[in-house]
Design a protein around this ligand. Structure first.
Ligand code: NAD
Ligand SMILES: O=CCc1c[nH]cn1
Length: 494
């Protein structure tokens, strides 16, 4: 692994005009608890916001409720035009938005410039394009007929995790708004900045006031939003423990939910796989965003025949990772998001060592300011070890070996999670056969962690409920009204 010495890109302005964005404008909550925003690359405070108090939560929900009927009454074409305009503005400002995302999350600019704001723009463009074609259906029943209308749900609450702040805000807002809903979005308290930019850009694109609102704060603020009787739907991206709480609170009001939760996904590499493709997939599925990706394939099952070559090539390629200032465009591996996350991940590395896994490379706290560690690869991992069972959410790859296809499938499925799964093989019949038997929502054959807006994204088992992206998301932000129309006399028994 090497360190960079190039000059970093210019730092963007990080202190927003106000902490929250309600009814089309920045708002401050003078009495709110301070919310410092930390730059993971050096631990400095780059902005100070405040958690929303009850008055601000009320203001945001009232704005979203007020705005919803008129927004829903606009045609899909009109709504879609605004979303697509917002996508254009995001693309025009991608460089600045990417630098902001890098400062908020610590992810290398090399990544944010291609995978964060641009992914958000894709969602706004895609759902903006679909908005005009959201329809029900007509069923003829003799002379009578039934028609259905796909209606918005009302006020939706979106709650985000810290790993893809802009992407998560857009993946929730774009389908919600396209369908005629309004939204109050609460970003993660760890990365609160880019959702405010999204609100600002949507307003600039012509979004009516109150349709998309951002309030800041921790779980208590999220909880206040989820429990409000005006809320029709909650979409959470977060951990399974938070998902349990939010799902239960939403159930009190029989609210719709989308739950995008954690995972411990398997990647199966067969002897006949292209070695470099498989190693590339393992790198993308474990070390991109310093390993802080929900769908990561952190249990890498490698068939015995290819195992030595796989480990050698993986260690060799990791040696080319450029660890450094995430604002330096040549940096390919940045810090973790926070000191707490770093401590947690290093705790898992220690558990791996204590339980007898072999540390092939990395796993060390780096001697520099910021929350850096080197990417870790463990070999000789067994299914019972903590690092093979628990979601680590950091750069720790576990290699487990296997002999037969049936064995690998059974072991891959022996987890309460079911977010993603991958298979690497040159035998496409085997690729489809194996992927068909893996319990996961988002699957890959000879690829990993690609999440185009056209593909449904989401998990099974504890990893979640519902899907983001694709046409499937339209169903999760609408409800059907059916209307039976009688064309003849009404016959009654008496
Ligand atoms: N499936 C996916 O699409 C996806 C994507 C990214 C991250 N994740 C998961 O997110 C986790 C990491 O993110 P995190 O640490 O921010 O997760 P987290 O569960 O700690 O927090 C997620 C969000 O929920 C809020 N929250 C916490 N308690 C709440 C409550 N009681 N009511 C309402 N809101 C509450 C937090 O403030 C935050 O905004 C990992 O488990 C990861 O796998 C899943
Ligand atoms: O972190 C989860 C969602 C995701 C996966 N890849 C890009 N975004």
């Amino acid at each position: 692994m090497s360190e960079t010495a190039k000059s970093p890109l210019e730092r963007p302005r990080t202190q927003p005009e106000g902490s929250h964005h309600i009814d089309g404008a920045y708002v401050a909550d003078a009495g709110g608890r301070p919310l410092p925003v930390i730059y993971p690359a050096d631990g400095s405070t780059i902005a100070t916001l405040e958690h929303a108090g009850p008055d601000l939560v009320e203001q945001a929900l009232a704005a979203a409720s007020r705005a919803q009927p008129a927004w829903a009454a606009m045609t899909g074409t009109e709504r879609g035009r605004i979303l697509r305009r917002a996508a254009e503005i995001i693309r025009e400002r991608n460089d600045e938005l990417s630098r902001l995302e890098t400062m908020d999350t610590g992810k290398p600019y090399q990544e944010t410039v291609v995978a964060d704001a641009t992914s958000g723009a894709d969602a706004l463009e895609y759902f903006g394009g679909l908005a005009a074609s959201i329809t029900g259906e007509h069923v003829q029943l003799g002379d009578d007929f039934v028609y259905s209308v796909r209606q918005p749900l009302g006020v939706c609450v979106g709650i985000g995790a810290w790993n893809y702040p802009m992407q998560i805000a857009c993946w929730k807002a774009a389908p919600a708004l396209a369908c005629g809903n309004t939204m109050v979005f609460k970003p993660s308290e760890t990365t609160p900045l880019s959702a405010l930019k999204l609100a600002e850009i949507l307003t600039e694109a012509g979004l009516p006031d109150g349709v998309f609102n951002v309030v800041q704060g921790d779980g208590a603020v999220g909880s206040a939003l989820v429990g409000d009787p005006r809320v029709a739907k909650v979409s959470l991206t977060g951990s399974v423990p938070t998902g349990r709480k939010v799902y239960a609170a939403a159930a009190e009001g029989i609210r719709h939910v989308t739950m995008e939760l954690g995972g411990k996904s398997p990647m199966l590499i067969f002897d006949d796989a292209d070695l470099d493709d498989a190693v590339g997939g393992a790198i993308l599925g474990n070390f991109y965003s310093s390993g802080q990706i929900c769908s990561n394939g952190t249990r890498v099952f490698v068939q015995k025949g290819i195992l030595p070559a796989f480990l050698d090539r993986l260690a060799e390629r990791l040696g080319h990772a450029v660890i450094g200032d995430p604002l330096d465009p040549t940096t390919s591996f940045g810090p973790l998001v926070s000191q707490a996350q770093l401590d947690q991940v290093l705790g898992f590395v220690q558990a791996g060592r204590d339980e007898g896994a072999r540390l092939v490379t990395g796993g060390e706290r780096l001697d520099r300011e910021g929350f850096y560690m080197s990417p870790a690869v463990f070999a000789d991992v067994t299914d019972e070890m903590t690092i093979a069972r628990e979601e680590i959410f950091g750069p720790v790859l576990s290699v487990l070996s296997f002999e037969t296809e049936e064995e690998a499938i059974a072991r891959a499925n022996a987890t309460p999670y079911g977010l993603a799964a991958g298979v690497f093989t040159r035998d496409l019949r085997r690729g489809h056969r194996v992927i068909g038997k893996l319990d996961a929502g988002s699957c890959f054959i000879n690829a990993y962690n690609l999440t185009p807006v056209e593909a449904p994204f989401g998990g099974v088992k504890l990893s979640g409920v519902g899907r983001e992206n694709s046409r499937a998301a339209i169903e999760h932000y609408t409800q059907l009204k059916s209307v039976y129309v009688g064309m003849g006399p009404v016959e009654a028994p008496y």
